[in-house]
Each structure stands twice: as structure tokens, then as C-alpha cells.
Design a protein around this ligand. Structure first.
Ligand SMILES: Cc1cc2nc3c(=O)[nH]c(=O)nc-3n(C[C@H](O)[C@H](O)[C@H](O)COP(=O)(O)OP(=O)(O)OC[C@H]3O[C@@H](n4cnc5c(N)ncnc54)[C@H](O)[C@@H]3O)c2cc1C
Length: 346
């Protein structure tokens, strides 16, 4: 069967991989370079998503926790386990006991993944390991594990596997109309934030609405002792402070937007991230410490009024011979690709 996959992000790449392993003759169309959009603008975490437990996404968290291990086994040169500390303060917006329950549940859902279990560190232990973290009112911290990747390199490693499997990869090749692909038996629309606009070239209303949520990161020119997951003061959100290639990666934000195009990080988002950093860490950071910044647009399936609560699950819609893929996460892209391959071959 000849199948065209449109979109060279991690979802299109993993779908192409799964299809070619099932014997399909696959051509991947990417309008620019593979991994040029959302898939290289992530927080670089292969993670279960501790905070998704708050919105009851247990199934997704379990799948993602196991998916981390698959990536580590397949391409250990581009990802590794990462210990994160979640500090607990006296006046935190979530009680220590709620967080303890979440962390234990995370351990439970991760069973069989081969990752170390979480543990509680006293304030003195945290202070010794992370002297730049504000110590006053600190009760201690939970240490837990996820994994970190170089998303651009790992995504392009997948593309390298595709080339080795005989997938025809056409870069700089934009598909604006499915009639361009009339010589193919079936088509997959894996264009991430652009999935809805390409879907609109077919008749009928889309089965799913996309929630386009921009997230920004900044890179600070200073190393950091350990990775941190920090609750944003006065909000339900969290921000990651991560060691990354000798610098500190700080993110992310959640700004809903109507367009798929990525406008880059706004001044407001940069200030917001610096404020969270300066609330918890010293010496404080300013704009002079920023050596890089980037934004990406999450192609989420619309599911909640507040984008912080939006599902990270994925969904498929089949219209004629085209399968449209909505949503998902980097971590779970191999699973999403497998499911997409099964659907399109049905
Ligand atoms: C700020 C942020 C942080 C995140 N952090 C994490 C994280 O730490 N861990 C995690 O698991 N997930 C994370 N995610 C989610 C994850 O990055 C995305 O779910 C994933 O990258 C989406 O991949 P995709 O292939 O669907 O989209 P994309 O990577 O955007 O790929 C779509 C591709 O389609 C191409 N394209 C579009 N239109 C056309 C066309 N007409 N013709 C040809 N090509 C076309 C584009 O050029 C693009 O390359 C994060 C997302 C954001 C925004």
C-alpha cells in the first residue's frame, strides 16, 4: 500500500516508522525540515507528567511513564534519566500530603519502567544539594525521576531510521491540497498545529477542535545543580528549571492563540519565567543572563476552558482515505504512531 504522511514532526515521523515496519510504502512530506516546529520546542522531557494526575489522566500518565523507557532503550545516546526535585514550602498552594499522594501514585503507575522510586529529602538535605534554592520556610523536597532528551536530535534520529527503512523523505515540500497526493492509496495528516487547516480542505466539519497553546522557554547562561519542578506562586501551574547543555532551561508558559503560526516568546512570557525563577532561586536572574529563548505551539485536543487542564491524549478522524491526527505528546509519539498506523491500514 502506498501511503503519504504529511508533517515531519515527531508524530509524522513515528507514524511513518510504524507504517513502514508493517510493510507499507511510505512517503513523508515536510514543508521545511523535519522537527523544525513544535517537536524541537518542547521542555525536552520524556515524562509521565506528574501534574496530569491532578486532572485524572491516569491512563495517559501510565502510558507515558512506560514510553520513557522505550525511548531510553532505543536511543540512549539522545536521552537519559533525570532526577527532579519538587520543593515543598510552608505556604505552598498544594499541601505536602496532596503532593505526597501524587508522587506515590506516580511511583505506582511507573511500576515496571525501571526508573528509581521517589523519596523525601529533608530541608537540610535539599539545602546541601541545592544551595541556590531559597531555604526559608522550606519543609523539604520530593525527589523523583523522569528523563531528558535532545528533542531535535532524537527526532532526527527517528527520521534517520525511516531513511534506513526505505521511507521516501521529501523535505521543503508543502501539501496544500490532498489532490496533490492522488497517486497514494491513503494519506495521514500529521501536521500538528496545522492539522485543522489542512482538514478544512476536505468537506464537512472536523470531529475535533484544536486548542493551540503556545509555550515559551528561556535559557540562562548559568549551570544549575539539579532539575526542579516549581509550583508557580498563586497559580495551579508549574515551571521546570532544568540543567541543559551546561545552561539552565526555564519553562514553560501556556498562552492560548487562534493561529497555528508561532510568533516566538513574548516579553510578558519572558518576564513571567524570570519572576518564577527569582521567587525560588538566588542569585536572581535578569534579561542579561538570557542566552536563548524559543516558543512552540501545542496542538492539543480542545477539552477544557483552562488550557492548563487540557488533555494530552490524542484523537483520530478518518475522512475518505485521509487519517487526521490531533493532539498527543512527544513522550507518547511512538504509541500514537503505532495506533495511527493500525487505523490507516484498517
Ligand atoms: C512549550 C512546549 C513544551 C512541551 N514539552 C513537552 C515535553 O517536555 N515532553 C513531551 O512529551 N511533550 C512536550 N510537548 C508536546 C510535544 O512537543 C508535541 O506534542 C509534539 O512535538 C507535537 O508534534 P507534532 O509532530 O504533532 O507537531 P510538529 O512538531 O509541529 O510537526 C508538524 C510538522 O508538520 C509540518 N507541516 C505543517 N503543515 C504542513 C504542510 N501543509 N505540508 C507539509 N508539512 C507541513 C510542520 O513544518 C511541522 O514540521 C511540549 C510542547 C510545547 C509547545
Amino acid at each position: 500500500m502506498r501511503i503519504a504522511v504529511v508533517g515531519g514532526g515527531i508524530v509524522g515521523a513515528c507514524t511513518s516508522w510504524a507504517l513502514s515496519k508493517r510493510g507499507a510504502q511510505v512517503t513523508l512530506f515536510e514543508r521545511g525540515r523535519p522537527m523544525q516546529e513544535t517537536s524541537s520546542a518542547s521542555s525536552k522531557l520524556l515524562h509521565g507528567g506528574l501534574r496530569y494526575l491532578e486532572t485524572g489522566q491516569f491512563r495517559l500518565v501510565r502510558k507515558a511513564l512506560l514510553a520513557r523507557t522505550t525511548w531510553l532503550q532505543r536511543a540512549p545516546q539522545f536521552c537519559q534519566q533525570l532526577e527532579l526535585l519538587l520543593p515543598i514550602y510552608q505556604d505552598g498552594s498544594r499541601s505536602r500530603w496532596i503532593i505526597a499522594t501524587g508522587i506515590k501514585l506516580y511511583d505506582l503507575l511507573a511500576r515496571g519502567s525501571g526508573f528509581p522510586k521517589s523519596r523525601w529529602l529533608t530541608a537540610a538535605e535539599v539545602g546541601a544539594r541545592h544551595p541556590s534554592l531559597v531555604q526559608s520556610d522550606l519543609l523539604g523536597a520530593y525527589s523523583f525521576y523522569d528523563a531528558q532528551m535532545d528533542d531535535y536530535a532524537l527526532g532526527n534520529w527517528v527520521v534517520g531510521q525511516l531513511a534506513a527503512e526505505g521511507v521516501d523523505i521529501r523535505t521543503q515540500c508543502e501539501i496544500t491540497d490532498f489532490n496533490q497526493l492522488s497517486s497514494f492509496d491513503r494519506i495521514v495528516n500529521a501536521t500538528g498545529p496545522w492539522v485543522a487547516s489542512l482538514r478544512q480542505t476536505q468537506p464537512g466539519k472536523s470531529a475535533y477542535k484544536l486548542d493551540l497553546v503556545r509555550g515559551s522557554h528561556i535559557l540562562l547562561k548559568r549551570p544549575i545543580e539539579t532539575a526542579l519542578l516549581l509550583p508557580v506562586p498563586g497559580e495551579k501551574r508549574v515551571v521546570f528549571v532544568l540543567p541543559y547543555k551546561g545552561a539552565t532551561l526555564l519553562g514553560t508558559t501556556e498562552i492560548r492563540q487562534s493561529e497555528a503560526e508561532n510568533p516566538g516568546p513574548s516579553e510578558h512570557e519572558i518576564q513571567y519565567l524570570l519572576e518564577v525563577y527569582n521567587h525560588y532561586l538566588s542569585p536572581h536572574a535578569g534579561t542579561d543572563d538570557i542566552i536563548g529563548s524559543f516558543a512552540g505551539v501545542r496542538p492539543l485536543v480542545f477539552s477544557a476552558d483552562d488550557p492548563t487542564n487540557a488533555t494530552r491524549e490524542w484523537a483520530f478522524e478518518k475522512v475518505d482515505n485521509v487519517l487526521h491526527i490531533y493532539g498527543g505528546k512527544w513522550t507518547t509519539a511512538l504509541l500514537e504512531g503505532e495506533e495511527a498506523a493500525k487505523r490507516i491500514l484498517e
